[in-house]
Write a protein that binds this ligand. Structure first.
Ligand SMILES: [Zn+2]
Ligand SMILES: [Zn+2]
Length: 842
């Protein structure tokens, strides 16, 4: 309700405009499409729904609303027709009956249920439908009945998603699958890091006396600190101990070696082998897993703290930032757990990075390692007595009294469900194989027991299949969709949505220019995640494609050709007087782009973009860019969302308009200039080179890899941890030069220095002095240093180096900013100053 009245003024403020729309509608209304939905197929019984019965709400991120920023329904959740009539009748008593009617039929919140696609058709034939199978569609589409700014019917369509599933996914990824959850009150579950003020320090665990009973030195580092949750004082679990994560490690000497192995390794077995050779001792697998978990926590906590400080610094400075972000996907293949199940599955990684610095903000994997499928199945779909539950949605008082739950209603709808159900069955099958092999079968009793176990577990399989196939209609396939027993792949729509929602949380206030490829999941998500930014004209979404398959020599040739052409263009401009010698390099490049832009088509006459981007919500013109600056050759750029008022004028241009006038070129060229995927490609390339688990999975080209590697057992959970460790290391600890896409033009990074030059006179030891020439010496830096985070150590000579890794690892990053953190820090600082003091005295 609140959202309905949130922003309707914008569109209907102007009475004359309203009249225009009314007139338009009185002519056009009759053209509405005939109803295609709800046609019974092949004689099976069906369910007939109204949208209001199915609509799951919109949630904080306005899912299930129109995603066209120029539609009266943009971000407006569905309302009932009668509700709209009442609202506008009381709100605007001056409306004529015709105008009121318009609000009623097409005002904010007007949607209808549209057709369903064949691929989502399901048949339920178990339980109450056993003798009367029902056909239904698991995915439904909503059609928008709103109007766009130019008075046309919007008609955008979108699939129903679950706001709850999106929130769950955001909660999962915010703390990286619980890695950054920190300790919580044992009585009520409130987390220390969520509400640090509710917790009080309650003593430390320190030895006050040594072995001989003499008092120990004061101010030694506390091993752990007792904390009490004040509101729960006196209850069981309200008082608990917090220790630094490395406190439990018996041996820390190998830590940096383990880290180096993780960052350069092919797999866990290799890490173990490398370490054993280096140390001469064999190192247990559990210690390696344990250290991987520890590195992940310390690294992610460190990064979160550095990001928090950076955000606070930028926001305090009042500087208005333009975030230039690039987003792309990477597919990684992992072996599943058992060698018996020689199969690997693809995990999708969503990566977003900053274009200027190369800083990689997030890498999110569509895999939830916290979940054990069989446990989730049992607790979700079976009650305490083992009877099915949670299968149907009730629609009291309607023709459809009860029907199988849809994906957005099912508690497991956040997961890739066919893999989820497959994993449940598969885990039992794997158990049966092991049981048959290991259980003794000599005596009659043993044989009976063995049979009893197999029968019982077969019964479990039957139950799972009855629910997944018989009820929800998931086609069961024995060869595919096996899934993991420890963790589940998630639906990438929700993972993507969460990725961007959390990205936004990390950024200081500013405007955003986001470049992506044409990913099908993005159009229904991005306009909602960046709703606020779009309304405030702070969001630009550029979609681009370029020739990824070009060979290196080919790329080099084109890049050189571009540099020559641009130089010629610049010289010509100087000669003509269009440019002045002190003109900004970026302005010259933009002018060059403007002069060379051309309309991009697929073939000779079709729109360039894929169907998900061929919507009325987005401008249809795509352009070819003449720049080949950073190896992104044959760059083609589309403009799904740009700020107003340019957005509206751009939407009026047809996709095949040949003549692009001067004004249009001038507006498009700065956007084309900014479009790049360079920072994500740089990161992915480095990841592929360094981690062979990523290399093997390279989806491009012939699939030479993709086979199960004996011995390289890889838990997806460990892969996710390694990716997190790798990313933070890449951001903070590895200096390298970064080819910024704006490198030749962006002097903000690595400004050129004047180099004194001399030319030797042959046969003498004399030199002729030549005038100094500016030379760009790309300093090797970490992305975090380029990004303006104070994550470096300043040396005496003024140079900057990455932070001391050893010191970073043993500080209480997770608790920074809390009383607890201060306590852990104080002890560290006292220790340090003492050391310095004793050195001075010596
Ligand atoms: Zn719309
Ligand atoms: Zn509590």
């Amino acid at each position: 309700m609140f959202a309905l009245v949130r922003n309707p003024r914008i569109f209907f403020r102007d009475h004359s405009k309203l009249r225009e729309i009314s007139a338009f509608w009185s002519e056009k209304r009759l053209e509405a499409e005939p109803r295609r939905s709800e046609v019974p197929m092949a004689g099976l019984a069906t369910f007939n729904f109204k949208l209001s019965q199915l609509y799951p709400g919109s949630g904080e991120h306005m899912l299930n609303t129109c995603s066209n920023p120029d539609c009266s329904n943009f971000g407006q959740p569905m309302t009932e027709r009668a509700e709209r009539r009442e609202l506008w009748r009381s709100k605007r008593p001056d409306l004529t009956p015709e105008q009121l009617k318009l609000f009623e039929t097409n005002g904010p919140g007007a949607y209808k249920l549209a057709g369903s696609k064949g691929k989502h058709l399901r048949v339920s034939s178990s339980f109450q439908f056993e003798h009367n199978p029902h056909e239904w569609s698991d995915q439904r589409t909503i059609q928008c009945l709103g109007q766009t700014r130019d008075g046309a019917p919007c008609k955008s369509g979108f699939s129903i998603l679950s706001p709850v599933h999106l929130e769950e996914e955001i909660d999962r990824l915010r703390n990286y699958n619980g890695v950054l959850d920190g300790p919580a009150c044992g009585a009520c579950g409130i987390r220390l890091l969520d509400k640090p003020d509710e917790f009080a320090l309650n003593g430390t665990h320190e030895r006050t006396k040594d072995r001989d009973g003499k008092p120990t030195k004061k101010k030694a580092a506390p091993k752990s600190i007792r904390v009490v949750h004040k509101p729960c004082k006196g209850k069981k679990g309200a008082r608990f101990s917090v220790s630094l994560p490395h406190a439990g490690q018996k041996n820390t000497a190998d830590n940096l070696r383990i880290l180096a192995a993780i960052l350069n390794s092919a797999g866990i077995i290799d890490i173990q082998r490398t370490l054993s050779i280096a140390t001469g001792k064999s190192i247990g697998m559990s210690r390696i897993y344990d250290r991987i978990a520890w590195f992940e926590e310390v690294y992610l906590a460190y990064e979160r703290e550095m990001l928090r400080r950076w955000k606070a610094k930028v926001e305090k400075s009042g500087e208005l930032i333009e975030h230039r972000l690039s987003h792309d996907d990477m597919v990684l293949t992992v072996n599943w757990e058992t060698a018996a199940d020689r199969r690997n599955t693809q995990l999708n990684c969503a990566v977003t990075a900053d274009a200027r610095s190369g800083y990689v903000y997030r890498l999110d994997v569509d895999f939830d390692p916290r979940v054990a499928p069989l446990d989730v199945f049992n607790s979700t779909y079976l009650n305490e007595d083992g009877q099915p539950q949670n299968l149907s949605q009730e629609y009291p008082g309607s023709k459809v009294a009860s029907a199988p739950k849809f994906s957005w209603q099912r508690p497991t709808g956040r997961f890739h469900e066919s893999q989820f159900f497959g994993a449940c069955v598969n885990e039992i099958r794997a158990f049966q194989i092991r049981a048959k092999r290991r259980m003794p079968k000599k005596t009659k009793d043993q044989q009976d027991e063995r049979k009893e176990i197999i029968d019982r577990t077969n019964g479990m399989i039957t139950k799972i299949r009855e629910i997944s196939e018989g009820w929800f209609g998931f086609p069961f396939n024995d060869t595919d969709e096996r899934g993991s027993f420890k963790g589940v792949t998630t639906r990438d729509t929700y993972t993507k949505g969460a990725h961007f929602a959390l990205l936004k949380e990390m950024l200081p206030y500013g405007s955003i220019v986001l470049t992506t490829e044409q990913e099908a999941t993005l159009p229904p998500l991005l306009p909602h995640i960046f709703d606020q930014e779009i309304r405030e004209n702070r969001f630009t979404w550029l979609a681009m494609s370029f020739n990824k398959k070009a060979t290196k020599p080919e790329r080099q040739r084109l890049v050189n050709g571009y540099r020559r052409a641009r130089k010629k263009f610049r010289d010509q401009g100087l000669y003509d007087g269009r440019f002045s010698p002190d003109m900004d390099e970026q302005a010259i490049t933009e002018a060059y782009i403007a002069s060379g832009l051309s309309t991009a088509l697929r073939g000779t006459s079709s729109p360039f973009q894929i169907s998900n981007y061929k919507t009325k919500s987005f401008p249809s013109l795509w352009v070819k860019s003449p720049t080949e600056a950073s190896g992104e050759i044959s760059k083609v750029v589309g403009f799904p969302i740009v700020p107003r008022p340019f957005r509206q004028s751009l939407k009026r241009i047809p996709y095949d308009q040949e003549q692009l006038d001067v004004d249009l070129r001038a507006e498009l060229s700065p956007l084309v200039y900014k479009a790049t995927l360079q920072p994500v490609s740089s990161f992915m390339n480095s990841l592929r080179t360094r981690l062979s688990v990523a290399d093997r999975a390279d989806s491009g080209g012939a699939r030479v890899g993709g086979s199960y590697i004996q011995g390289a057992i890889f838990k997806p959970k460990i892969l996710v941890s390694i990716l997190n460790i790798y990313r933070v290391h890449y951001n903070f600890f590895e200096e390298r030069s970064y080819a910024c896409p704006y490198a030749e033009i962006d002097d903000l990074i690595d400004p050129p220095v004047m180099i004194q030059r001399g030319m030797p006179i042959p046969g003498t030891d004399e030199f002729i002095d030549l005038p100094p020439k500016p030379k760009r010496m790309p300093a090797k830096k970490t992305p975090a240093m380029r990004h303006g985070m104070d994550a470096f150590t300043k040396k005496k000579d003024g140079s900057e180096t990455p932070p001391d890794l050893y010191r970073v690892l043993y500080r209480p990053w997770l608790y920074m900013g809390t009383k607890l953190g201060a306590r852990f820090e104080r002890s560290r600082k006292t220790g340090k100053s003492k050391k310095v003091l004793s050195e001075k005295q010596a």
